[in-house]
Write a protein that binds this ligand. Structure first.
Ligand code: UGA
Length: 445
């Protein structure tokens, strides 16, 4: 099939490259000329494991192309994936301008296209991957009706469930593919598109557009709620001297609950959970439904950072901390991504820098974005190894759980002058660290 991808950000590029690898001819469009120029040279503007190779291979095969022209996107393909951004205001409301603008311009172009109008078989199928509030597709269908194109253009919801750091795997082996469509032709095209990756499993669900739109918000908000729940339980665990690792295991053994997304830490971050929980809170209130659960999830998450930061301040009792030097491991919102949007690690290092003499940061992947973000913080320096971060430091903070930190030898950490580890991701073995004479502070243990 010929496929146009509108919006070549993270979701658009992964979707385009993966569909190209499934024997489709794909062109990815974007309004940003700099981005398109880079992609045409095979350079990826962000980090995602395996994506650069996949893009290069499909580009060399000529099954993946990049272009700036919106007009071309409508003529090139009958299947169009909308992957544009939906910026959020402070209240949680989403700005659907980019989606509305594209559908408007598509209707403007096609309503004057005599060939398209006169060909009884000509159709366009739009699938929206961007996260959109329930009711958006209904709204877009009104635009189609205004242009008398509602029997030739079909708009459906097809939310994405990719995780940064494992996006290609998530696309190729999905837990589920949701198609929220009202027209049988849009459903059948959706089935054909995903057949190569779903033929062995029965993981496609066809729903109404409204249900599909809600599934995305409900999924992300539920996962975020699990994280806030375990973070609250971790505080209880701290106050009575229990161990959150054991609690997570014991609770998660109940198959109705399961142990996933029950790791206590610095709270959730990234470009999805904070935005989607806030949007669900807004949508519920707009529908006159109390949004207590979403509000509590947000509140616990934003308090979690202060909770951990206070452990550091309490240890130093605020008096001596101004003379202290800290090693700081990790700044990305999670491992294996260069994304620092809503990263708890970034918020924490900013708070810490106001209190201490010096911070030595080590971040293996997101160092470029992180050093740009922190360029005005004169007491933060970047180093190239975990060792260099602890050398000449008094204490260590762990803020992102990269694999290289998990089994870091305790004897190397003894060089910390105060022999102190603040582990915001609970990744180190507490007993082992204490057996070396180190002081260990996790969350909930
Ligand atoms: C999330 C969802 O997991 C994807 O299914 C969804 O497609 C995506 O949002 C999206 O809407 O685009 P992502 O933001 O890449 O994916 O990251 P996650 O792996 O879900 O982690 C989110 C945050 O939760 C991270 O800050 C992570 O450190 C934190 N987390 C995760 C915890 O604190 N505890 C856990 O047990 C799990």
């Amino acid at each position: 099939m010929n496929i146009s991808i509108i919006g070549t950000g993270y979701v658009g590029l992964v979707t385009g490259a993966c569909f190209a690898s499934l024997s489709n001819s794909v062109t990815c469009f974007d309004i940003d000329p700099k981005k398109i120029r880079l992609l045409q040279k095979g350079i990826i503007p962000f980090y995602e494991p395996g994506l650069e190779n996949l893009v290069k291979t499909q580009k060399n095969n000529k099954s993946l192309k990049f272009s700036l022209s919106t007009k071309k996107s409508t003529s090139f393909a009958d299947v169009i994936f909308l992957c544009v951004g939906t910026p959020q205001s402070k209240s949680g409301n989403l700005d659907l301008k980019y989606i509305m603008d594209y559908v408007d311009s598509l209707c403007n172009i096609l309503s004057q296209d005599k060939l398209f109008l006169s060909n009884a078989k000509a159709r366009k199928f739009i699938y929206i991957k961007s996260t959109i509030p329930p009711g958006t597709i209904k709204l877009l269908v009104k635009t189609l009706k205004k242009f008398h194109l509602d029997s030739k253009i079909f708009i459906s919801s097809n939310p994405e469930f990719l995780k940064e750091g494992s996006a290609i795997q998530d696309f190729m082996k999905p837990d589920r593919v949701i198609i929220g469509a009202s027209h049988p032709m849009a459903i059948n095209i959706g089935k054909d598109l995903y057949r190569p990756i779903l033929w062995k499993s029965d993981r496609m669900l066809i729903t109404s557009p409204e249900s599909s739109e809600i599934i995305k918000y409900a999924s992300n908000s539920f996962l975020a709620m699990k994280i806030s729940f375990i973070n609250q339980i971790a505080r209880l665990s701290d106050s009575v001297g229990a161990d959150i690792h054991d609690i997570r295991k014991g609770v998660g053994m109940d198959e109705r609950i399961n142990p996933h997304f029950l790791f206590a830490g610095l709270g959730y971050g990234g470009s999805c959970f904070p935005k989607d929980v806030k949007a669900l809170e807004y949508i519920l209130k707009k529908n006159n439904i109390p949004a207590d659960l979403s509000s509590a999830t947000i509140k616990i998450n934003s308090d979690q950072l202060a909770y951990f930061f206070n452990k550091i301040l309490r240890f130093y009792q605020d008096k001596t901390i101004a003379n202290k030097e800290f090693g700081f491991w990790g700044l990305a919102f999670k491992p294996n991504t260069d994304d620092i949007r809503y990263s708890s690690a970034i918020s924490l290092v900013k708070l810490l820098s106001k209190k201490v003499k010096k911070i030595r940061d080590y971040e293996p992947i997101a160092y470029k974005n992180a050093s740009d973000e922190l360029k005005d913080f004169s007491n933060i320096i970047f180093v190239k190894t975990p060792e260099a971060a602890i050398t000449n430091s008094d204490s260590l903070v762990i803020a992102t759980e990269y694999a290289e930190f998990w089994n870091y030898p305790g004897e190397n950490l003894l060089q910390l002058r105060d022999k102190c580890i603040f582990d915001g991701r609970n990744i180190m073995d507490k007993e082992n660290m204490e057996s070396f004479g180190l002081k260990y502070f996790g969350i909930g243990r």
